[in-house]
Design a protein around this ligand. Sequence first.
Ligand code: AMP
Length: 192
Amino acid sequence: MIVILLGLIGAGKGTQAKMLVDSMNFLHIATGDLFRNAVKKQTKLGIEIEKYMNNGELVPDELTIKMLLDSLNSMNQDADLLLDGFPRTASQCVALDEALTTKYLAVDYAINIHVSEEILLERIAKRAEIENRKDDKPEIAKRRLTNQQIGLQEVMTYYTNADKLLEIDGVGNVEDIHQRILKQIQAEKINS
Ligand code: AMP
């Protein structure tokens, strides 16, 4: 099974990804984590992308797609995959589909964790205080949110057209949200 987890910053995507990995044994690919790691290690890619990340901008598709495909190719083809933070543009959706098709694989579902913008900005401000993340500073967080909203809309349209989009209410207790996601996945499995 290949599942994509979608959600704007502060939607709880990271937390829900961890819970899904624990409960369903997914292999987890998070492009944000891969990029942060590259920046930390100051690899060639890390140095190239640092400015985008620190400014709250998307890393260009070409670099992102290459990194994701390298990561996909290094993974066990039979494993269930949870993609977190990718795709974020229509071009990334197309590149992913093309790469999976060559392996006789396909995306099963794209799950969007929906939270209103007002609640997201409150959550991000709290996280900035606690974690001191450079890209969580209010003005940068707002820019990241705006950039992400544009991309998310493209990606949601793509998976709506493919009849693969599942919408989850992302407000409430983390365990309840996790159960909502599991329920949706189970319901889809039964219907398919
Ligand atoms: P995240 O932790 O998923 O919010 O990602 C942190 C940052 O990494 C983003 O603000 C982007 O700069 C970059 N990034 C992560 N995933 C992608 C992607 N699929 N496309 C472009 N940039 C990305």
